[in-house]
Each structure stands twice: as C-alpha cells, then as structure tokens.
Design a binder for this molecule. Sequence first.
Ligand SMILES: Nc1ncnc2c1ncn2[C@@H]1O[C@H](COP(=O)(O)OP(=O)(O)OP(=O)(O)O)[C@@H](O)[C@H]1O
Length: 281
Amino acid sequence: MFDLMKEEQEVIDAPGAGPLAVRKGTIEFNNVSFGYMPERLVLKNITFTVPPGQTIALVGPSGSGKSTVIRLLFRFYDVESGSILVDGINIKTVTQESLRRSIGVVPQDTVLFNNTIKYNIQYGRISATDADVYQAARGADIHDRVLTFPDGYDTQVGERGLRLSGGEKQRVAIARTLLKAPQIILLDEATSALDTQTERNIQDSLNKMCANHTTIIVAHRLSTIIHADEILVLKDGEIIERGRHEHLIGQEGMYADMWKRQLENRDAPPPSLENSLRTDS
Ligand SMILES: Nc1ncnc2c1ncn2[C@@H]1O[C@H](COP(=O)(O)OP(=O)(O)OP(=O)(O)O)[C@@H](O)[C@H]1O
C-alpha cells in the first residue's frame, strides 16, 4: 500500500509555482492515465469528482491501482495524460509543499517517533497547545487510554518505549489529522484485523474526523464504506463499476461478489471456536 514517507522525489515544482489555497476541497480527476513505466499504464482514463465534504471509496483487487490514485493526488508523480484539479486548480501548477499541507493522511501503519505520546500527537500541528492535543486525543478516542500509561502524556512510545497496538497507532494518526485540520483527508484502511469493539471505536472516530472533509478512502472492509457518497471499483487500472453501495449490490457485478465473500467470511465461525467444538465432541 502507499507509504508516503518512503516515496522518492520524482517531480519538481513548475517555475513560478504559487501556493495552493484550498477553500472548499473539491477533487477532480479528468481522464487521468498513468504508468510507472511508459510501456505499461496502471491507470487508464480515470475520471471522478469528489465534491466538498463528500467521501469517495476506492476498492478493487490488489494491484488494481488504488494507491496509485492517492500517490498522484499527492503528486509523487505527474500524470501521463489528463489532469488532477483541487478547487479547480491543476495541481501541476502549485507548490508540492502547499498541496501536501492541505491534505491529511491516515496511513495503514503509523510511524511513531521515539518520543512522548504527546509529541507524537502534536506532530500534526507543532504549534498546538496542550489543550488542543488533549481535545484531538479525545476526538480520536485515545485520551482515556493515554491517561492509563505510566507517565500519561509524557510516556515514551515507539521502538524504545511503550509499544502501541495497531488500533492505538491508528488513533494517534487520527488525532494528528484532527490537529492538522486539513480540508482533504486520505485514508488508507488497515488490512490487519482488529477486534470488533476496537474496529467500531475506530470507525466512530474516523466518521467524526471525515465529516465535512473531502475524503478518499482506500477500503478493504466494505462494511466501512456503506455510507460513502460514491464507490469506485477498480480493476487493472480502470473503473469497472461505480455508485453507492445499494446500487452496486443491485448490479450483481464484482462489488456484489466482494460483498458476498466478505459476509461469508464474517459469518464463518472463528477457527478457534471450530477447534474447540471439535475437541469437545
Ligand atoms: N513504484 C512502482 N514502480 C513500478 N510499478 C509499480 C510501482 N508501484 C506500483 N506499481 C504497479 O502499479 C500497479 C498498481 O499498484 P497500486 O499500488 O496502485 O495497487 P493497489 O490497488 O493499491 O494494490 P494493493 O491493494 O495491493 O495495495 C501494480 O501492478 C503495481 O505492481
């Protein structure tokens, strides 16, 4: 999946590029085609619009191009043909720094600094006050948890400190994003399984965070995108189905198949339960 910190610099600012001032946060992809290598396009004629405050979800098999859409919006690469606009401005014409400043990212796996939990949250906006940090932590549903750490907000975390669980790390990312308060949010849903209660809590925090922000979600669990304003189903770099959840279920295509498969997996008893039943009988 996309690891934005590790991407190398491929594009440079255009001469005289000015800063992007995001007002509403409309995102438009117009006939975007792109390949990492000229002979192989991984996105073909992708067109979609995310109106201000709405949520679009990208789903599809591994390698279908979901993360590439995100990387292009972050402008790690320039499109081969077509254009990407934010509030009507072609992102090629603005500074990358200003573009990335306007976008908050909640990655699958959040990198923690070997520092205090407070620093790790405050990283979203270094100038934030303690009160802002606590408020963001509350919004991300991690404040009460932090208070149980040995030194509260001053507890060292990361490799050399307290290790946080996957769900806790994701909540740190949500808190950072709440502090940054960007108009646009990119969310890379974790593939790793979380227990049902943790998942529900995180989902609540995510919903709160994304409300009134233009959001693109790379989704793995379809249950989290039932309310998305539009779902794009990608296959081999093309949008093969699009629409809201109910519409796609009615189409009985790839999305409906994926949905059925996820329901079957959810209804199957967990392996441990199966084993214990077998032992008991
Ligand atoms: N840096 C790169 N150089 C060359 N090819 C790449 C690079 N990154 C991705 N690709 C290729 O581009 C295609 C789309 O990859 P992408 O990461 O966008 O897929 P994805 O849908 O996000 O997959 P996943 O769900 O597995 O993360 C794949 O065929 C992949 O092999």
